[in-house]
Design a protein around this ligand. Structure first.
Ligand code: HEM
Length: 347
C-alpha cells in the first residue's frame, strides 16, 4: 500500500482511499488466515468490488417489501439477478482458495509439520469429528466466505474513516505521527513489532473515536428467541430486530451534544473507566460478537502507524465525502485523498 500511495505523493491527483484500503486488508487476511492464498491483482479488485455491490444490493432489497417477503420475485428482479451473479463469483473465489490449499496439502502433507502454527484454512481442512469425518466442501466454503468478507471489508472501512478524520483534523494527525516517529526513532526498519502495539496510546484513542464516529458496522440484526420487554415495549418471540450501532454511538445522553465531533480524548483511559461497557460496541457484544476484534485492532494500528510515518493525508476538497450506510459504512462517491511524503525513508 505504501508503494502504491507513493506514486501519488506530492501530486495534484487524488486517489480513492476505500479501494486502496480494501486491497491492503484483503491481502492481510489472505496472508494471515489463508496460508498466503494467492489471488491475482485483478481477482482481488473484482472481489473487493463484488463485496461492495453485494452490500449495497442487500440494503436496497430492504426498501421493497415484495422483495423482502418473496425471494423468488427478488431473484427475478434486475437487482436480484445481479446479486446472485456476484454471489456466484464470490463463492467461486472462496472455493478456488480452498481447492488450491487442498491440492498443496495432498501433494506435500509435510508442509503442516514445518509450520509453527496452523492458520484458519488449514484448521478447516484438517478438522475431524469423533468419527473422523471432516467438514464438507460447502461447510468449509461458508466459513471461508465469512472470514474473507468479515476480515477485509470492515477493516478497510475502519482504516479509511480513521484516515478521513485525521485528514480533517491535522493537529490530531500530527500528534499521532509524533507518537509513531518517537517510537520508531533510531531504528533501521520502520516495521511495527508486537511489543510496540501498546505503545501507541494516542493512535489507539483516535482509532476508537473514528470507530465511534463512523461506526464501520452501522447496524446488526437479531431474531428474538423469547418474548422480551425493552423499555416497556413488548417484543414477541420470532421478531426480527435491528440494533443500530451508529445511533448508539451518537446517543447524546452518552456522548453529549458534540457527538458529531471527532474528539479522541473521549477514549482517554481516565474517561473510559466510567463508561458503560455497552456504550461503545463497534464489534457488537455478547455471544455472537466479532471473533476478529483483537486481530482487527492490531492490524489497524500497524497499518495506520506505518502510513502516518510515511505520509501526511489530506482530503481532496473538490470531491466531498458523503456516507453510505450499507452493511459496512461506505461512501456514495468514494473517499478521495492526497498524500505527501514525510521524508522518512527507512523500511
Ligand atoms: C474493524 C474491523 C471489524 C469490525 C468493526 C467488525 C465488526 C463485527 C461485528 C459488529 C460483528 C457482529 C455481527 C452481528 O452480530 O451480526 C462481527 C462478527 C464477526 N466478525 Fe468482525 N469485525 C471486524 C473485523 C473482523 C476480522 C478482521 C475478522 C476475521 C479475521 C472478523 C470476523 C468476524 C466473524 C467470523 C464474525 C461472526 C461471529 C459469529 O457470528 O459468531 N471480523 N464483526
Amino acid at each position: 500500500m505504501i508503494e502504491k500511495l507513493s506514486k501519488y505523493s506530492g501530486k495534484e491527483d487524488s486517489f480513492e482511499m476505500f479501494h486502496q484500503a480494501s486491497l491492503c486488508t484483503m491481502e492481510v487476511i489472505l496472508q494471515c488466515a489463508f496460508s498466503g492464498g494467492e489471488m491475482s491483482e485483478q481477482t482481488k479488485n473484482e472481489y473487493v468490488e463484488a463485496v461492495k455491490r453485494i452490500g449495497i444490493l442487500l440494503v436496497e432489497r430492504n426498501f421493497n417489501p415484495l422483495y423482502v417477503l418473496f425471494t423468488a420475485i427478488y431473484n427475478l428482479s434486475p437487482g436480484g439477478r445481479e446479486f446472485l451473479r456476484l454471489c456466484d463469483f464470490v463463492h467461486y473465489t472462496g472455493g478456488s482458495i480452498i481447492k488450491r490449499r487442498r491440492q498443496e496439502l495432498e501433494r506435500d502433507p509435510e508442509i503442516l509439520a514445518e509450520k509453527k502454527r496452523l492458520d484458519f484454512i488449514d484448521i478447516l481442512l484438517m478438522a475431524r469429528d469423533e468419527d473422523g469425518r471432516g467438514l464438507t466442501d460447502l461447510e468449509i466454503r461458508e466459513e471461508v466466505d465469512t472470514f474473507l468478507f468479515a476480515g477485509h471489508d470492515t477493516t478497510a472501512s475502519t482504516l479509511s474513516w480513521a484516515l478521513y478524520s485525521l485528514a480533517q483534523h491535522p493537529h490530531h494527525q500530527d500528534k499521532v505521527r509524533e507518537e509513531v516517529d518517537q517510537l520508531l526513532a533510531g531504528r533501521e526498519e520502520d516495521t511495527i513489532q508486537w511489543e510496540d502495539l501498546h505503545k501507541l496510546p494516542y493512535l489507539t484513542m483516535c482509532l476508537k473515536e473514528a470507530m465511534r464516529l463512523h461506526s464501520p458496522v452501522p447496524f446488526i440484526s437479531r431474531t428474538v428467541t423469547e418474548d422480551t420487554v425493552i423499555d416497556g415495549v413488548h417484543i414477541p418471540e420470532g421478531s426480527y430486530i435491528g440494533i443500530h450501532l451508529y445511533a448508539l454511538h451518537h446517543n447524546p445522553d452518552i456522548w453529549g451534544d458534540q457527538h458529531m465531533e471527532f474528539d479522541p480524548n473521549r477514549f482517554h483511559p481516565d474517561r473510559m473507566k466510567d463508561m458503560d461497557s455497552h456504550a461503545f460496541i463497534p464489534f457488537s457484544a455478547g455471544q455472537r460478537n466479532c471473533i476478529g476484534q483483537n486481530f482487527a485492532l492490531n492490524e489497524e494500528k500497524v497499518i495506520l502507524a506505518r502510513l502516518l510515518h510515511k505520509f501526511t493525508f489530506d482530503l481532496d476538497p473538490a470531491r466531498p465525502v458523503e456516507k453510505d450506510m450499507t452493511v459496512v459504512m461506505k461512501t456514495r462517491d468514494g473517499m478521495w485523498m492526497k498524500v505527501k511524503s514525510t521524508g522518512q525513508t527507512a523500511d
